[in-house]
Design a protein around this ligand. Structure first.
Ligand code: AMP
Ligand code: GLY
Length: 428
């Protein structure tokens, strides 16, 4: 008899909608739950309004609903130790324990690991004292990169171009601009090159490379304006050639996984390397201990296997027994955000015609910040939708995505009109 299981996904963003959409296709799932979920996720999973920062609330929900496997989406509960708490309660979970999630939770921790194990990354120093930081700044060239050590929702990186600006940034961050996340800073060399995201699953011993992607962080066309959580992405990233992928695995991923295990903090889950492809090869910008958002939307669109066995094997140390296949297609996601984002924006505006957009061939509209009320979809966040499309090439996928966007009626929303431009320029 084929035994099916109940699975819970933690989170409420576009990444979690993508994961739920992929998990929904698994033949091993009885009921798929998501907490807290959103207006799109409730089409594919049973959503529960849990406070996921309180582990006991999640554990009680799992016991009550006979949930055997939990997939944790965002970094905050991982860094806070949700996987540790679930394991202690006898519930299997996908994602690193807190001592391994420190790879994202503390930039200083990640940089020290790179230094100790010779992993290519930008030169750096760590500071808690503004005076010492300013003495160091005087020895450095501009631009320079200044980062809050802890989690700052993607906003904790400043790239000053003058010494005055750099000194003011030190005072701002150490003075509390990002609260406790900025009690310590990392000052690092500014690296030049093209950025790429690379994802692997690892169980602490085995490594299963997933796919490459590129996201667009700046809010405006031509990659201009302030950084956001990501205005769009596509996969694969042409800059990540086979050779570049192998170099990344050999010089960055493998030494990191071995180092964490040797330190007694084995890393299990998805390891997301933010890379700068420099003239000297790939260098690590940062690690994230979770799937990327919106990169997961394009990874799930290209996935051609049941995702559940891979996630479970990652959690229980049998990743060597699993393989994953990918469609021979490109995928691209265009994020629709509320006007004003990443600054102040209005919530609770109505989005119409989503059904028509969803019927566009090779398109799925994934929700990032929505709720359903009286049959209508309302916006609830900054990034609101991820219109995700596949195609033979990135150019085709882009056409499909914008064809769907043109059908959506949301006057209070906006999107970039050039997602994928680097890859498309290469395809022309
Ligand atoms: P992070 O949150 O660490 O990914 O940083 C946000 C963005 O800042 C990255 O996507 C890069 O565009 C940029 N960045 C971070 N560190 C560096 C660096 N050392 N050199 C150049 N750009 C950087
Ligand atoms: N797309 C960037 C991130 O997930 O951090």
């Amino acid at each position: 008899m084929h035994l099916k299981m109940n699975v819970l996904v933690i989170g409420s963003g576009g990444r979690e909608h993508a994961l739920c959409w992929a998990l929904k296709k698994s033949s091993d799932i009885e009921t798929l739950y998501c907490a807290p979920g959103n207006g799109g996720i409730e089409e594919v999973a049973v959503c529960a309004p849990l406070n996921t920062e309180i582990s006991d609330e999640v554990i009680n929900f799992c016991h009550k609903n006979k949930i055997e496997f939990v997939v944790v989406g965002p970094e905050v509960p991982l860094v806070a130790g949700l996987v540790d708490d679930l394991s202690a309660a006898g519930i299997d979970a996908f994602g690193p324990r807190a001592n391994a999630a420190a790879l994202e939770g503390s930039k200083g921790f990640m940089k020290d690991l790179c230094r100790e194990f010779d992993i290519p990354t930008a030169a750096y120093e760590r500071f808690t004292d503004p005076k010492a930081a300013k003495v160091y700044l005087k020895t450095q060239s501009m631009p320079i990169v200044i980062k809050a050590d802890g989690l700052a929702a993607g906003k904790g990186v400043i790239i000053p171009t003058t010494l005055d600006e750099a000194e003011a940034t030190v005072d701002d961050i150490l003075g509390g601009k990002f609260g406790g996340a900025g009690a310590e800073i990392v000052i690092e060399e500014f690296m030049q090159g093209e950025e790429a995201s690379f994802f692997v699953l690892t169980d602490g011993t085995n490594i299963l490379p997933l796919a490459t992607a590129q996201d667009h962080k700046p809010v405006g066309d031509g990659d201009t304006g302030p950084n956001t959580g990501g205005m769009g992405a596509y996969s694969p990233a042409p800059v990540m050639t086979e050779e570049m992928i192998q170099t990344t695995i050999d010089t960055i991923i493998k030494p990191t996984v071995a180092a964490m295990t040797s330190r007694g903090a084995p890393y299990t889950g998805v390891l997301y390397a933010g890379l700068m492809i420099t003239q000297d090869g790939p260098k690590l910008i940062e690690y994230n201990v979770r799937f990327g958002d919106p990169e997961t939307q394009v990874l799930c669109a290209r996935l051609d296997s049941d995702i559940l066995p891979a996630l479970r094997a990652t959690a229980n140390g049998t990743l060597n027994e699993v393989s994953i296949s990918w469609k021979d297609e490109a995928a691209l996601v265009v994020v629709m955000a509320a006007k004003g984002y990443p600054d102040a924006y209005v919530k609770n505006t109505q989005i119409a015609n989503l059904a028509a957009a969803n019927e566009t061939p090779n398109v799925i509209v994934l929700h990032a910040g929505t709720k359903k009320e009286g049959g209508e979809i309302l916006s609830t966040g900054g990034r609101v939708l991820g219109v995700t499309a596949t195609g033979q090439t990135v150019t085709d996928a882009q056409k499909n995505a914008y064809a769907a966007i043109n059908k959506i009626n949301w006057p209070e929303g906006f999107c970039r009109s050039d997602i994928g431009w680097r890859a498309i320029a290469r395809e022309e």
